[in-house]
Write a protein that binds this ligand. Structure first.
Ligand SMILES: Cc1ncc(COP(=O)(O)O)c(C=O)c1O
Length: 491
């Protein structure tokens, strides 16, 4: 089979998946302006269509098919009970424009989720509106801006961001017209306190801090860092993408964070990637509650028997809406289910296991791979994918080779401050056998890197699509229609 084929190759004129019963009303021709002659639709029967999409779905790696240690992204298992509750008809079939009295159960769930997230992190109030972590960041930085403007401190135009931070942090600050100043990390992977102090003047609006940071390290001076920023009149934004290490153990508001986003699609097990959509609620301390996007869910009255009535309320100085309607409601149901299924003790165990699993892997790999910051890690760790005695091998070669063993590559080349970085996050749900298998594969790859580097350079060898030109793939994205020749499977 040599020639290129299109994904519509199964089409056969006249084949249909659905046959409608004979209509009971007269047929009318479709208006011509709705008909697109250039739209070539495949004509296939139902079974062919199902097989086609099932086969396509199996070309992808997912957390349901194999280990997915993608650092910072927390690709944890999505418990099936979350899906059961999200599909309950009262949740799934309600309409966002229904009057509040007809959706009291849904509003109660949102109210309680706001409360639980606030309790988990020590904040006074939480908005559920943002649709992703980055969207939560945008919300948080807009709150900082409005708060400072309202105080008349318009000269505060600078946000500090550690050099280990995720790219969305500087992007968000720049989008809000703040000047972004990078703060370097010290030799232990913490924020360099002297560099921080040097930037804390009366133009400081705030600091965006990820803790644990993207090196997988707990910020050892976090209270001191927050104090320095507060003393200079700035606010501390917490990037909560790494909350999976802290549940039930530490509350960001208690170590000095003023605003923080949670990634429900990381910490609270709602699907992400193609299975999303995401959800990035934002929590704030007391003096920022009035600035949250509206609406929030609150108890607005109680009847004589003490039954609460839940309704949507917009805070006094709200930055405005961040999302249509209520946000990603289906994700809220899933996260709420996850929190209830675990309870306070169970959530703490989640973080303890996540940290234990990461430390187990780091310990097993540390004699073979270079660990840039050798101290106890949190829920993830970074290794270097390079050896002086194997100079032609790069982190990318290691990542590609992992795919041959059914493992999704870790986050590669991030954080930027580590050379040839591979960022590994096993999550709490993987068992010992899976962790040991990963170690076995990593040790085998290290051996190949030294003895048979050509295997790594050619990898992946077993996937439907082999090594891509990554730059071309990003710049010249072809999403459908033509399969590359070597991707066509023998039929
Ligand atoms: C540390 C960190 N911050 C922010 C984000 C952005 O979150 P999202 O992908 O939900 O927009 C990520 C995502 O990977 C992250 O790892």
């Amino acid at each position: 089979m040599t020639e290129q084929k299109t994904i519509y190759e199964k089409s056969s004129p006249g084949r249909r998946a659905v046959r409608f019963p004979k209509p009971e009303v007269p047929l009318t021709a479709l208006p011509n302006e709705f008909l697109r002659k250039d739209l070539v639709l495949p004509e296939v029967d139902e079974l062919e269509a199902v097989r086609h999409f099932t086969n396509l779905s199996q070309l992808n790696h997912g957390v349901d098919t194999g280990f997915y240690p993608l650092g910072s992204c927390t690709m944890k298992y999505n418990p099936r009970i979350n899906e059961e509750t999200a599909r309950l008809s009262g949740f799934a079939k309600s309409h966002p424009l229904q009057p509040s009295e007809t959706v009291q159960g849904n509003l109660k769930l949102m109210y309680l989720l706001q409360k639980y997230l606030a309790e988990i992190s020590g904040f006074s109030q939480v908005t559920l509106q943002p649709a992703a972590g980055a969207h939560g960041e945008l919300t948080g930085v807009m709150i900082i801006r409005k708060y400072l403007y309202k105080k008349g401190e318009t000269q505060r135009n600078k946000i500090l961001i550690p050099d280990s931070a995720h790219g969305t942090n500087p992007a968000t600050s720049a989008m809000n017209n703040f000047k972004v100043v990078e703060i370097k990390s010290d030799a232990r992977g913490n924020i360099d306190l002297e560099a921080l102090r040097a930037e804390c003047d009366d133009t400081l609006a705030g600091l965006m801090l990820t803790n644990p940071n993207t090196l997988g390290m707990f910020e050892e001076n976090v209270q001191e860092v927050c104090k320095i920023v507060h003393d200079a009149g700035g606010l501390v934004y917490g990037d909560g993408a790494n909350m999976n290490a802290l549940l039930g153990i530490a509350k960001p508001a208690e170590f000095g964070i003023d605003i923080l986003h949670y990634n429900l699609h990381k910490t609270f097990s709602t699907p992400h990637g193609g299975g999303g959509p995401g959800s990035g609620p934002v929590g704030v301390v007391d003096f920022l509650v009035d600035y949250l996007p509206g609406p929030l869910v609150e108890i607005v009255e109680e009847d004589e028997e003490g039954n609460p009535f839940y309704d949507l309320v917009t805070p006094k100085h709200s930055i405005g809406r961040m999302k249509a309607f209520h946000g990603q409601f289906g994700m809220m149901v899933r996260a709420y289910t996850y929190i209830l299924m675990h309870g306070a003790k169970g959530l703490r165990e989640v973080s303890e296991m996540a940290v234990l699993n990461a430390n187990y892997l780091m310990h097993k790999l540390k004699d073979t791979y270079k660990i840039p910051y050798e101290r106890t890690c949190m829920h993830e760790f970074v290794i270097e994918g390079r050896w002086e005695d194997a100079p032609d091998i790069h982190a990318l070669d290691i990542s590609k080779r992992m795919m041959d063993f059914g493992i999704h590559p870790p986050t590669t080349y991030f954080p930027l401050i580590v050379k040839e970085a591979l960022m590994v996050e096993p999550t709490e749900t993987e068992n010992l056998e899976t962790l040991d298998y990963f170690v076995e594969v990593m040790l085998k790859i290290a051996k190949e890197a030294h003895e048979e580097p050509e295997i790594l350079h050619a990898a992946p060898l077993t996937t439907p699509i082999r090594r891509m030109d990554e730059v071309k793939a990003a710049k010249d994205l072809v999403l459908c229609c033509v399969w590359p020749e070597d991707a066509i499977r023998a039929e």
